[in-house]
Design a protein around this ligand. Structure first.
Ligand SMILES: [Zn+2]
Length: 275
């Protein structure tokens, strides 16, 4: 089955990973800007990172017949540095008209601090000023529930935002309902050490239905599995779900959400599909 991974950090992965993903049916992916594992020292580091995302990763993906899209921001962890964050936010518009740039993300909260919230709100201004979609990172473990509530309060307090153009990622059983009830899209991240497993993601599809739900691998530099979406497909098949339901979650939903961006120039594969 063809699928689209809506949240994966390919800067952390090898060219072999691109090949493996393509062989497993991945035809497209979107890569949000994130924390590199260390705090960067200057805004110029981010400019180079944005060039890497918009140019280098795009061409590397194309060599494996995978279509690559990206999102730009300063991540929640480095957003603690307000001065640096404001310099980075000033750079972002240079890149927003490039092919494949879908919007602002992944913005959010890390430790739910005042500085993180300040920069989150300034990213919302940027998204509104440039009519961009938004991809949200919600915090981990014990910070997830209060952080998700803080994020939703900030999003819902901004009357300028169209909730259908916002994806709230890393939802789990205790945060998914509140995200969907407010009209946002929700992303489930399949992760070996925290977040969600393929079985738990399948449970949530069974509980809430496939509408506005996405599944991603987040494949990054930490313990993660870039081929986790095919694991979810297998889990759904083993439970007897129809190919149409599975395809909706792993292919049609990402295309519907991303298709709201003018820069989403995705070409659906033409060859007959193999299962
Ligand atoms: Zn991420």
């Amino acid at each position: 089955m063809y699928y689209f991974d809506p949240h994966i950090h390919m800067v952390s992965r090898t060219t072999d990973d691109y090949e493996t993903l393509a062989r497993m049916g991945c035809v497209g992916m979107s890569e949000p800007a994130f924390w590199a594992g260390f705090d960067r020292g200057s805004a110029d580091s981010f400019r180079d990172y944005f060039r890497q995302l918009t140019q280098f990763e795009k061409s590397r993906a194309e060599q494996s017949c995978v279509q690559h899209f990206t999102w730009l921001c300063i991540n929640a962890k480095e957003a603690e540095n307000v001065e640096l964050s404001r310099e980075v936010i000033k750079i972002i518009p240079e890149f927003l008209d490039l092919p494949g740039v879908l919007g602002i993300g992944e913005i959010g909260l890390n430790k739910n601090t005042k500085n993180e919230a300040t920069i989150f709100l300034e990213h919302l201004d940027l998204a509104v000023d440039y009519n961009q979609q938004i991809l949200i990172h919600t915090p981990h473990l014990e910070d997830k529930y209060p952080g998700t509530r803080m994020i939703l309060d900030m999003l819902c307090g901004d009357q300028r935002l169209d909730h259908h153009r916002v994806l709230v990622d890393h939802v789990e059983e205790h945060t998914i309902r509140v995200v969907l009830d407010r009209g946002f899209w929700a992303g489930m991240t399949l992760y070996p050490v925290s977040k969600c497993t393929p079985a738990r993601a399948a449970d949530m599809v069974e509980m809430y239905g496939p509408e506005r739900l996405l599944v991603n691998s987040a494949g990054d530099w930490g313990p993660s599995k870039p081929t986790a979406v095919p694991d979810f497909i297998m889990e759904m098949r083993k439970r007897g779900h129809s190919e149409a339901t599975i395809r909706r979650v792993v292919y049609e939903n990402p295309l519907e959400f991303f298709g709201q961006s003018d820069n989403f120039n995705f070409t659906p594969p033409e060859l007959p599909e193999t299962v």
